[in-house]
Write a protein that binds this ligand. Structure first.
Ligand code: ZN
Length: 245
């Protein structure tokens, strides 16, 4: 089985379509794991949900997904993120709202726990350092965890004994073997990368080979920026897509 791992699509349909085209070129996949924030920031929330729902997938709720359907507060958002979230909410039809509202905060798929933020705070916590990763490992009921929310490709490793964790920044196209230890993995963001590389980020997990591969895919950023300007989404939010932050 080949699993594709996507996080933080953020209503960026053009990036999502580019990733799906890239996957087809790489031989496709059997199941998709979506780590939340399918909506928010970008201009195509309903279209991203509709496309995702055509694929065999498991998904969890992100903070933007639930804020768009009033299941969590907009208070922690900065002004631009809140404005974009309200705009996204206004574009949703009933089928989109019920899909987002029905997403669980945590999903378990075999050896993996899927969450948007962290196992202890699934909607809001960023796992950005070894300390947060160790707390997450302690809270898990499965060996491994897949997270989004940080918009950065990151891997935290821990031995089978509960020792210290270490952090690795995965590189595109270099497969990482899951051998022995425990993993907490973030595939980076499809729709709004924040590591200075504007290309869409995603990962494939090959369950037979037990390897993870990270990929980056170029997409038409200018077309997304034009649509964001046309519908009146915050300018700075469109600009940042071009710089990858
Ligand atoms: Zn996000």
């Amino acid at each position: 089985m080949r699993y594709v791992i996507l996080a933080d699509i953020h209503s960026n349909l053009i990036a999502l379509e580019a990733v799906l085209r890239d996957l087809k070129r790489r031989g496709g996949f059997d199941r998709l794991w979506c780590l939340g924030d399918t909506v928010g920031y970008g201009p195509w929330p309903g279209e991203c949900i509709d496309l995702l729902r055509t694929l065999d997938h498991a998904a969890v709720a992100g903070n933007h997904d639930w804020a768009a359907v009033d299941k969590t507060s907009l208070d922690p958002f900065n002004a631009e993120a809140a404005a974009a979230c309200r705009w996204n909410a206004g574009r949703l039809e009933e089928r989109h709202r019920s899909y987002l509202a029905s997403l669980p905060q945590v999903a378990v798929e075999g050896e993996f726990t899927l969450v948007h933020g962290s196992p202890q705070d699934p909607l809001w916590e960023y796992v950005l350092d070894v300390r947060a990763a160790e707390h997450s490992f302690d809270a898990l009921t499965t060996p491994h965890c897949l997270v989004g929310h940080a918009h950065l490709p990151l891997l935290f490793l821990r031995g089978l004994q509960d020792g210290p964790a270490r952090m690795v920044v995965p590189q595109p196209g270099e497969p990482l073997a899951l051998d022995g230890g425990r993993w907490l993995f973030n595939p980076g963001a499809v729709g709004q990368p924040r590591d200075g590389d504007p290309r869409a980020s995603y990962a494939l997990y090959d369950a037979e080979a037990r390897t993870f591969s990270l990929y980056r895919m170029e997409y038409d950023v200018a077309a997304v920026q034009r649509e964001m300007a046309r519908v009146g989404l915050p300018r700075r939010m469109a600009q940042r897509l071009g710089q990858g932050w």
